[in-house]
Design a protein around this ligand. Structure first.
Ligand SMILES: NC(=O)C1=CN([C@@H]2O[C@H](COP(=O)(O)OP(=O)(O)OC[C@H]3O[C@@H](n4cnc5c(N)ncnc54)[C@H](O)[C@@H]3O)[C@@H](O)[C@H]2O)C=CC1
Ligand SMILES: CC(=O)C(=O)O
Length: 319
């Protein structure tokens, strides 16, 4: 562990579908020494702690308990997955009012404990609530990270891997922007192995159609709607994305991940959290990576940023 002999502690706030799936994912990875579960529904957190503890004989040693906000004081990472999720037909932005109110209380309680670690935010609308967490906590921007488009990028890579019949680990591409309806694919920089996708198609899959690629992106963008219609929530893949982010921090991996982070001029955007590639290490977001976008992609990213700014104005500036 990069923290040397120090015991590493992760606190999860909100042990619903996402929080409990993340906790399960974490105990299977031997990443942290301690895991604290907090939920408004204390019995749910207690039940989860019992259930997870009973699995430890099959895994690695870890201390897991249902705790309270005082336990955040020495935490390295606090992951917030608390709050309302989308009902069928609802957009992520529809959740802003109720979840922003919940966040004011949660983030205030975490900071009252004396917490000085890193926040990871997953609750939707994640870009706006990451901004809220940064504002409410007063922590440096690099220590407040939203899961951003980490999940959308994973969905994009998976669907492309199916289409091209190539190992998903050899598909390299990013979804940027809002984790939501205005996100965009960066086709101009998408690669299969080391080949740009257009060149790969020319050489190895000339029968591939633009309409198929467009449909892949639509399925990425609308994946949450499709899953929520079928089972009411999405949680396994985001749990694995949050675990990946946790590992990048605790193991100081310097990984490039599409997280929601604060922009101060990068991509000609400022004063918002939005999904872009960034280097993540034990200090949090070390650096935003500004990949070359073509004009259409740049315009779509700016449109997505504008939609986020318009949505957060009533919550953060006019009240
Ligand atoms: N960023 C991403 O890629 C994804 C984000 N999400 C978001 O994650 C959030 C959670 O989703 P689910 O786990 O499905 O919801 P859920 O309803 O299963 O769980 C939410 C939990 O938060 C708890 N909670 C509510 N208010 C609280 C408070 N003030 N303090 C502590 N706990 C509180 C509830 O008791 C509940 O256990 C939603 O906003 C959802 O949209 C879901 C999937 C992917
Ligand atoms: C719910 C959500 O944000 C997702 O699955 O993308």
């Amino acid at each position: 562990m990069v923290y040397g002999d120090k015991t590493t502690r992760v606190v999860v706030i909100g042990t619903g579908f996402v929080g409990s799936s993340y906790a399960f994912s974490l105990i299977n990875q031997n990443i942290a020494d301690e895991l604290v579960l907090i939920d408004l529904n204390k019995e749910k957190a207690e039940g989860d702690a019992m259930d997870l503890n009973h699995g430890l004989p099959f895994g690695s040693p870890m201390k897991i308990w249902a705790g309270d906000y005082a336990d955040c004081k020495t935490a390295d990472i606090v992951v917030i997955t608390a709050g309302a999720n989308q009902q069928p037909g609802e957009t992520r932005l529809d959740l802003i009012e109720k979840n922003a109110k919940i966040f004011k209380i949660i983030v205030g309680s975490v900071m009252d404990s004396g917490f000085s670690g890193i926040f990871i935010v997953a609750t939707n609308p994640v870009d706006i609530l990451s901004y809220a967490t940064w504002k409410y906590s007063g922590l440096p921007m690099e220590r407040v990270i939203g899961s951003g488009t980490i999940l959308d990028t994973a969905r994009f890579r998976f669907l492309l891997s199916q289409y091209f019949d190539i190992d998903v680990r050899n598909i390299h591409g990013y979804i940027l922007g809002e984790h939501g309806d205005t996100e965009l694919p960066v086709w101009s920089q998408t690669r299969i192995g080391s080949e740009l996708i257009d060149r790969y198609i020319e050489r190895y899959k000339p029968e591939a159609k633009k309409a198929d690629l467009d449909e892949i992106f639509v399925n990425v963008r609308d994946a949450a709607y499709h899953i929520i219609e079928r089972k009411g929530a999405t949680h396994y893949a985001i749990a694995m994305g949050l675990k990946r982010l946790t590992r990048a921090i605790l193991r100081n991996e310097h990984s490039i991940l599409t997280v929601s982070t604060y922009l101060k001029g990068e991509y000609d955007l400022e004063d918002l959290y939005i999904g872009v590639p960034a280097i993540v290490s034990m200090s949090g977001v070390e650096k935003v990576i500004e990949i070359d976008l073509n004009e259409e992609e740049r315009q779509k990213l700016h449109h997505s940023a504008q939609v986020l700014k318009d949505a957060m104005r009533p919550v953060f500036h006019n009240k």
